[in-house]
Design a protein around this ligand. Structure first.
Ligand SMILES: C[S@@+](CC[C@H](N)C(=O)[O-])C[C@H]1O[C@@H](n2cnc3c(N)ncnc32)[C@H](O)[C@@H]1O
Length: 229
């Protein structure tokens, strides 16, 4: 029994190494989130934004920080070309498996990259950045924002979210850090855009408030904007 147990342990560590060698990513910082969203439908904001694209079949769409790819399902079905940029190997792996057909037919191009390392993006009719940009290094946001603006064709659509100044929720210290922006800072990002939808949501986070012993909020800005022509 004892030998069997030791053998089992040896086998497990062998399997772990073998899967790392096979390029199978281990559980990462976003694993739990990706799994919780596995059956999620595309976010309403993205559906609404994609509805503004006239020639969907010939459109080029970029999803920054695509996670498990839930937001590109209908976009791919509509025939658009989709570029995905995400730093997380697990995200890239899930998307590659989930949308194999589109990868094979060159309709989906996946790039495992940190936003901070991106020097240029393809020309696009729409850029999605849902719950993604606030996790990059804050001091790199403005230079990346310039790249986003340059990538968008005239009248191109940006759809994305940012955390507001009151966003505080108890987080595991191992989870990636996030930054918050004031309403004014967010509006300043959009001087070369017409803002079409600007939602500010602030929700009392009861469980975080209890565990912190002080009031915690989920404070988000959700934006759809059209680049000036
Ligand atoms: C909270 S998840 C959001 C996923 C998806 N957009 C959604 O709304 O379900 C954040 C995603 O952004 C990616 N991400 C975070 N920081 C990044 C960075 N600096 N560069 C590239 N990707 C990043 C993560 O890997 C993750 O897939």
């Amino acid at each position: 029994m004892k030998y069997f147990f030791i053998l089992l342990l040896l086998n497990l560590s062998f399997l772990e190494k073998a899967s790392a060698a096979n390029g199978q990513p281990k559980e990462g910082p976003w694993s739990e989130y990706f799994q919780s969203q596995i059956n999620a439908r595309p976010h309403d904001l993205v559906t609404q934004a994609f509805g503004l694209i006239k020639n969907k079949k010939n459109a080029t769409i970029i999803d920054l920080g695509a996670g498990n790819g839930k937001d590109i399902v209908n976009i791919l079905k509509a025939g658009a070309i989709v570029y995905v940029f995400d730093a997380d190997p697990e995200s890239v792996n899930i998307i590659d498996k989930r949308f194999k057909y589109y990868v094979r037919s060159n309709k989906l191009l996946i790039h495992q990259m940190f936003f901070e390392d991106i020097k240029t993006l393809p020309k696009a009719d729409m850029i999605i950045a849902l719950c993604a940009l606030p996790f990059m290094k804050k001091d790199k946001l403005m230079s990346f924002w310039k790249i986003i603006q340059e990538s968008l064709n005239p009248n191109g659509i940006f759809v994305g979210t940012f955390f507001g100044e009151k966003h505080y929720a108890k987080r595991d210290p191992k989870q990636p850090k996030l930054f918050r922006l004031s309403r004014e800072e967010i509006l300043n990002l959009f001087t070369h855009f017409h803002i079409l939808n600007f939602y500010e949501e602030i929700e009392y986070d009861e469980s975080s408030s209890k565990s912190w012993g002080s009031d915690q909020f989920d404070h988000r800005y959700k934006i759809i904007a059209r680049k000036k022509g």
